[in-house]
Design a protein around this ligand. Structure first.
Ligand SMILES: Cc1ncc(COP(=O)(O)O)c(C=O)c1O
Length: 372
């Protein structure tokens, strides 16, 4: 039996060990250590923002973003139905209402032409979520936000190093957020970041991250926050990983192109779009959608590949079909056919930065056999 190929594996062979040793040697392991500020400043600069606020993960970055923007009870936020639960969870936990739109069948991002019809007098924000490797078409979203005076929360969790036209993803939101989970282009083990250009919003995010302690009376609280602080150990990893972002992005693009060369002639497979008018695919993950004529679904394909020791993950399950939201009477009777289809027929194959050329070839040939 050949060796398993994991769906994701990080590369930690740069300065990670050196910087971690520095934390241990100096005793700086908490969030007070110097790597946190360094990582925040370097990461914010890398996405063209003034302020970075490092937190414990990309999910809680979204909670903090919604809270910092004072989005709360009765407010509505428009987002894609095809996304991770974290996006809608941040909205619901704030007491606001998630309002979803379908995605596009070719690149799986929210269909921005559907947003305007969902805007009401209660709409406060649009939460854009860049999915799998290509950004959302931001120009029409920015125009809608200006026309209706809406805020933008940009979930760029998967988009380190990606650009929309010539602007970095993560530079579009009133607040934008990132994740540093190990399947991301750069990782801190667990971790996330909020970025913004607004000094007051940055200050509010910092306060929310740190239990809303007050400078003059530490243990007296005017507001509720969370402890979302990133440790110096995590930030040390982040600084080391950030040094290699360009290299990692180039490698991911190469891996995506290689998969496409090897899979393009197989009938019945929809592959990721290599580019749109506004971006080159960064292939955060390499997704496949089984076309209608294929007599099995994504679950069966993933089971087969798993038996061949090839790791996969299903596509996101749409928000409007989530039992947890249905129990809360959200999205009753709503249907979004594109997201419903790709959730059932889509999955992604090994895409981690540590994947070798031989592994890519083995994955592709196993998929070819499966499709015959
Ligand atoms: C689009 C998107 N948003 C948010 C998250 C959540 O990030 P984390 O796993 O760091 O909580 C993810 C995680 O993969 C994601 O893909």
């Amino acid at each position: 039996m050949s060796n398993p190929i994991p769906v994701n594996e990080p590369l930690l062979d740069g300065n990670e060990k050196k910087y971690l040793s520095e934390c241990i040697d100096t005793g700086w392991i908490s969030s007070e250590g110097p790597f946190v500020k360094k990582f925040e400043a370097q990461f914010a600069a890398c996405v063209g923002r003034k302020y970075g606020i490092a937190v414990i993960n990309g999910s809680m970055a979204l909670d903090a973003a919604i809270a910092a923007l004072n989005i709360g009870i009765g407010d509505e936020v428009i987002l894609p139905t095809f996304t991770i639960i974290s996006c809608a969870a941040a909205i619901v936990r704030a007491g606001a209402v998630p309002v979803v739109v379908d995605c596009e069948s070719d690149h799986w991002n929210m269909d921005v032409s559907l947003i305007e019809a969902k805007i009401t007098s209660r709409t406060r924000a649009i939460m854009v979520v860049h999915i799998y490797g290509l950004p959302v078409d931001m120009k029409p979203v920015l125009a809608l936000a200006a026309k209706y005076n809406l805020q933008i929360v940009e979930d760029a969790a998967e988009m380190h190093g990606q650009k929309y036209q010539d602007r970095p993803c993560g530079s579009f939101g009133d607040i934008s957020t990132f994740s540093f989970y190990p399947n991301k282009h750069i990782t801190t083990g667990e971790g996330g970041m909020l970025v913004t250009d607004d000094p007051q919003l940055a200050e509010r995010c910092r306060s929310l991250r740190n239990l809303c302690f007050q400078a003059h009376q530490r243990f007296v609280h005017e507001e509720l926050g969370w402890n979302l602080r990133m440790s110096n150990l995590q930030a040390a990893l982040g600084v080391a990983q950030l040094e290699r972002l360009d290299e990692f992005v180039a490698r991911k693009r190469h891996m995506g192109q290689r998969y496409t060369e090897l899979l393009a002639d197989i009938p019945g497979l929809q592959l990721p779009v290599p580019r749109t008018d506004y971006a080159e695919n960064i292939y955060w993950v390499y997704g496949l959608v089984l076309q209608d004529e294929v007599p099995f679904d994504a679950a069966a394909a993933m089971k087969h590949l798993n038996q061949q020791q090839i790791g996969t993950r299903p596509f996101f399950w749409p928000m409007h079909e989530q039992p947890v939201w249905r129990k809360m009477k959200l999205f009753a009777g709503e249907s979004y056919p594109v997201a419903e289809k790709i959730a059932r027929r889509g999955f992604y194959i090994p895409s981690g930065i540590a994947l070798s050329e031989q592994q890519i070839e083995r994955v592709a040939s196993t998929i070819r056999e499966m499709m015959q």
